[in-house]
Design a protein. Structure first.
Length: 337
């Protein structure tokens, strides 16, 4: 081989090596830029509490992924109002609601993103959404919250609240602001009609506001009992030493999934999917249980205090969505609203 040929081949080899190094450097630069872009994302999450749990979840997600989260905490009613007000310029990526019916309504309107979430197969069969749009990462149940200083014998069923000791002393969470109350009032009427509601009204029961407001009314003794008190809020207050009790009615109650969902209008869908996967992780499911909520992956629906089974209503959420407006109107008529 001539000296010129050797020089030419060497030159080509150097050029090829330089091209490869340049390509690898460019690829590494692009990957770094993409990583930085991901870390610079701000995921917007609207969550219907409980706030200490939401804060814990968000902090853990930020630490694990490097993705920043902007959150808004409020009742289901406030969140839905905020989403509606922002329709012209959507802000939220992920919603976490305390009402399965509200989630189904958004689903029916075609507003939710479909995603095959990691760990979704682990969810309790009662909580699975075959459309892969509502991710029921937790659940809560309602029951009777009562003041133990004024009521010495615990109530056992809803009808107890229509008796004389509870005259003018029962308060009900407002379904206009409380997602859990909205679903409970609807599910109860689907099963039993309005007879009990009318008896409660005749016994002086009133609508007291959101869940925290009615719980505070019983804690302070302004009222004796809540019809449809949320279990995790009451159980947390009991652990804090508040003089209240809580029972799951023997005739049954609503165990209500708390759905997370990704809006189709999300500007950060990849990050939103990561957030949903994180909600269904074993780590978060343990945090949920410690917060007195029912984990979405729970095998059985049980009282967190003693492991006894909660007698839960069987609810077809599509049917519940269809019946919702009629039953809210009926409820408002009973209580003259």
């Amino acid at each position: 081989m001539s000296k010129m040929a050797i020089i030419t081949l060497s030159t080509l080899g150097i050029l090829a090596l330089g091209t490869t190094l340049y390509a690898n450097a460019s690829k590494e630069k692009a990957l770094t830029a993409n990583a930085q872009k991901t870390n610079q994302q701000v995921l917007t999450v609207y969550a219907a509490g409980p706030k200490p749990l939401s804060d814990q979840i968000i902090k853990g997600f930020e630490t694990q992924t490097g993705i920043k989260v902007k959150s808004f905490d409020g009742t289901t009613g406030k969140i839905l109002s905020k989403v509606k007000a922002e329709q012209a310029n959507p802000q939220a990526d992920v919603l976490i609601l305390a009402s399965m019916a509200a989630g189904v309504d958004l689903q029916k309107k075609g507003q939710l993103l479909t995603y095959q979430a990691s760990h979704a197969k682990r969810l309790n069969s009662k909580f699975k959404d075959n459309n892969h749009q509502l991710f029921n990462y937790s659940a809560s149940a309602v029951g009777i919250t009562y003041n133990t200083q004024q009521i010495k014998t615990a109530p056992t069923d809803w009808s107890d609240l229509t008796t004389s000791p509870y005259h003018n002393q029962v308060t009900i969470p407002d379904p206009q602001t409380s997602g859990s109350s909205l679903d409970f009032i609807n599910a109860y009427q689907m099963k039993s009609g309005t007879k009990l509601l009318k008896a409660l009204q005749e016994n002086g029961a009133d609508i007291g506001g959101a869940n925290k407001e009615v719980l505070d009314a019983v804690i302070t003794g302004q009222k004796i009992a809540v019809f449809g008190g949320v279990d995790y809020m009451s159980l947390t207050a009991i652990k804090e030493g508040k003089k209240i009790g809580f029972v799951y009615p023997k005739s049954g109650t609503l165990v209500n999934p708390r759905p997370a969902m990704i809006l189709k209008t999300s500007r950060h869908q990849a990050a939103a999917k990561q957030f949903v996967d994180y909600l269904l992780s074993a780590k978060v499911q343990r945090q949920i249980q410690k917060s007195n909520l029912i984990p979405g992956t729970a095998v059985n629906l049980t009282d967190p205090r003693n492991g006894k089974a909660i007698k839960a209503y069987t609810v077809n959420w599509d049917n519940a969505n269809a019946a919702l407006t009629k039953n809210v109107v009926a409820f408002n008529q009973v209580f003259s609203r």
